[in-house]
Design a protein around this ligand. Structure first.
Ligand SMILES: [Zn+2]
Length: 337
């Protein structure tokens, strides 16, 4: 009986050993059979929703997700706005949650967070209205609402001022997550996609920096976006990112006096390691602009307008050659909703 069991187990042991060898060599059986098969990745991005997601936008997102194998959904900020009367569910929420009679009551999740959770966003980036429509406590609660829905809130250049390196003078404690990395299993192996979040420092309506607003003075600081992008893109590459997409709450170019901090064009041209950028904040519709980074590689910039009138779509075609993912083609467009 013992012998029979051993014989029965032998082919399984041999197969396991064979698979182990293949795994060690980093050449999966499928991979070696289909050497140059291409893999597609689609990223949809919203921005400047200001409190609501139109039904047609939600349908477009769901339909695209159902058609694509490798899909991500992100938002570039300004989804939360206490001044936008058109976002009726959110206005009602603000009215009740900010009513003194309601103080001490358990917090109800804001409708925009619930809707973003239903659509299964992979990450959202803090915009200036997330600061302006909150105080520090409200911002903390908003971040916890997203945390309850397993949606990371990103901003790589946002720091707590309580933690500073006495020698370099640099802040070292990020207030929220700088970036996320999502693994896609493909027939060619795992594809690691990094999403880097950045927020323009001038969050005030008059161009004030976050540290100049009474609600955040001495608590939070938004550092230089371009320098931080350079630092974090390198960090993401070192941590294995095959693709890096920067999702940025900032427009392409400075627009004085109201939006001096729009620097996405500068970011695209001066930082290596970023494949595509989602811009926002200026409410422009940018299907696709192409720039070159210092290493001579192309960087796509797209911006999905305002209030869910457009949705940015970035498509990558990738292939693995000699163990490394290469971008064979990339493009972007904005879908009118
Ligand atoms: Zn904005």
């Amino acid at each position: 009986m013992k012998k029979l069991l051993l014989y029965g187990a032998l082919p399984a042991i041999a197969l396991a050993a064979f698979l182990l060898i293949l795994a060690k060599l980093d050449v999966g059986p499928v991979n070696s059979l289909i050497p140059n098969r291409e893999v597609k990745l689609t990223i949809l991005a919203t921005a400047d929703l200001h409190g609501s997601i139109p039904d047609d936008l939600a349908h477009y997102i769901q339909e695209t997700r159902s058609r694509e194998d490798n899909f991500m959904l992100v938002d570039a900020g300004d989804f939360f706005d206490d001044q936008n009367d058109a976002a009726t569910a959110m206005q009602q929420w603000f009215k009740i949650c900010r009513n003194a009679d309601n103080a001490g009551q358990p917090r109800r999740m804001p409708p925009i967070v619930r809707h973003m959770s239903e659509l299964d966003y992979d990450a959202v980036v803090l915009g200036n209205h997330e600061f302006l429509s909150n105080d520090k406590l409200g911002l903390n609660e908003l971040i916890l609402d997203f945390t309850d829905c397993y949606i990371p809130v990103l901003s790589a250049n946002l720091y707590e001022t309580s933690a500073v390196n006495p020698y370099s003078g640099e802040y070292y404690r990020n207030y929220v997550t700088p970036y996320i990395m999502k693994d896609f299993s493909t027939p060619q192996g795992v594809l690691k996609v990094g999403i880097l979040g950045l927020t323009l420092p001038e969050v005030g309506e008059g161009g004030e920096n976050v540290e100049d607003l009474p609600a955040y003075k001495g608590i939070l600081k938004l550092e230089d976006m371009v320098k931080e992008a350079d630092k974090w893109a390198e960090c993401m590459k070192m941590n294995g990112a095959d693709i890096v997409v920067a999702v940025v709450h900032s427009g392409e170019e400075p627009l004085k006096p109201k939006h001096p901090g729009n620097r996405v064009k500068e970011l695209a041209r001066s930082v290596n390691g970023i494949d595509a950028i989602v811009a926002s904040h200026t409410h422009l519709n940018i299907p696709s602009h192409q720039y070159k980074n210092p290493a001579g590689q192309s960087v796509i910039v797209t911006q999905p307008g305002k209030w869910g009138e457009y949705c940015s779509r970035i498509d990558f075609v990738l292939a693995k050659e000699k163990g490394k993912w290469l971008v064979k083609n990339k493009s972007s467009l904005t879908k009118e909703i």
